[in-house]
Design a protein. Sequence first.
Length: 231
Amino acid sequence: MYNTILWDVDQTLLDFEKSQDYALRLSFERFHFTMNEEIIRRYRAINDAYWKRLELGQVTKKELLTGRFDTLFEELGITGISSADIAPVYQEALGSVYYFKDDSLTLCRKLKGTVKQYAVTNGVVSTQRNKLSLSGLMQVMDGIFISEEVGYEKPDVRFFETCFRQIPDFQKDKALIVGDSLTSDIKGGNLSGIACCWYNPLRKENASGLRIDYEITNLWEVEEILSCQNP
């Protein structure tokens, strides 16, 4: 029976894309630049590519935070503003709003006391802690593990092993990670030897070859997984 759930945050418990769009629009408006859907789509693609590179250890978090804007500005031919100017504005805005996926707060509240729950995220410390606190999720979790504080990024096995050492009475065979990212959450779960639940609401194909113990399209299916474990 699982007694510990490791929850990914962005695009799992919280709708990162909605927060991202809000922060991007606000940041561009602050510097008097016009925003449109094409710019948003391009930024999303660039941002996703940088996060994948971070997972692979090809860039640092510091390089990611400014590099994605450098790349975007170069592609769009935007001058008169630097990534160093817009990055902190964007990051602050990103941490000031939250949107739940599948009424996740209600689910986590319902599970509290039944299983231990921890948030595991590669996000920026100030951003993640602020939105987790504002959303009420921090008050429900038994702990928060953020890569910058842990010292390693998901899917690095050292991230997970560090988390495991800080969870009281942790047992790998009783832990389940729930996340939307195959390359971060599921790969990390594979490498660290815990059960993996892929949150896949868009029903994407999986060509990764990674072990997936459970695949769900709605977070409330986790409750069903837990109930099936009961004797």
